[in-house]
Ligand binder design. Structure first.
Ligand SMILES: [Zn+2]
Length: 157
């Protein structure tokens, strides 16, 4: 029992540290696009309540992870998503923010979140679990490779 409580506390601590990192990223991006910040406490409360409700991706329903294993990028680690991107006039209202898996976040590319949500549900329904998972794994590998190339380019410039 004591061990379980200690594990639960460590998990919430990791969630908080992950939240802090994503929060500073959100502050930077919000400044860049001149968008008002959400209430930090409210966003944290919402994340925490999402965590206690099973912590599933709001787009695809995948079980999300609090942190990547051994610091590696993992498709199901959580991220803060804007259904309408800040770059496209979206804001930080709670209606526009979703907690989604890294895979959805990366694979949707330039598709706005509200459209991706529909696309994911349609794919899941029509392809079935196995084909859907295979397609998403391929798409994730491709999107991740592209992202790594982009980052390398940015660093070398
Ligand atoms: Zn997802």
């Amino acid at each position: 029992m004591v061990v379980l409580v200690a594990e639960a506390v460590a998990e919430i601590d990791s969630l908080w540290r992950g939240f802090e990192r994503r929060w500073s990223n959100l502050v930077k991006r919000s400044r860049k696009y001149g968008v008002a910040l959400p209430d930090k406490q409210e966003l944290w409360s919402r994340l925490l309540s999402h965590y206690y409700k099973g912590f599933r991706c709001e787009y695809c329903g995948a079980q999300m992870l609090v942190k990547s294993p051994k610091g590696k990028v993992h498709p199901f680690v959580w991220s803060i998503e804007h259904k309408i991107p800040l770059s496209e006039g979206g804001d930080n209202s709670m209606d526009n923010i979703a907690f989604v898996c890294h895979r959805c976040n990366l694979v949707k590319g330039t598709l706005p979140g509200y459209a991706w949500e529909v696309a994911v549900r349609a794919m899941q329904e029509r392809l079935g679990v196995e084909l859907y998972e295979r397609a998403m794994r391929m798409a994730y590998r491709g999107a991740l490779a592209n992202k790594i190339e982009r980052v390398k380019k940015e660093v070398s410039e």
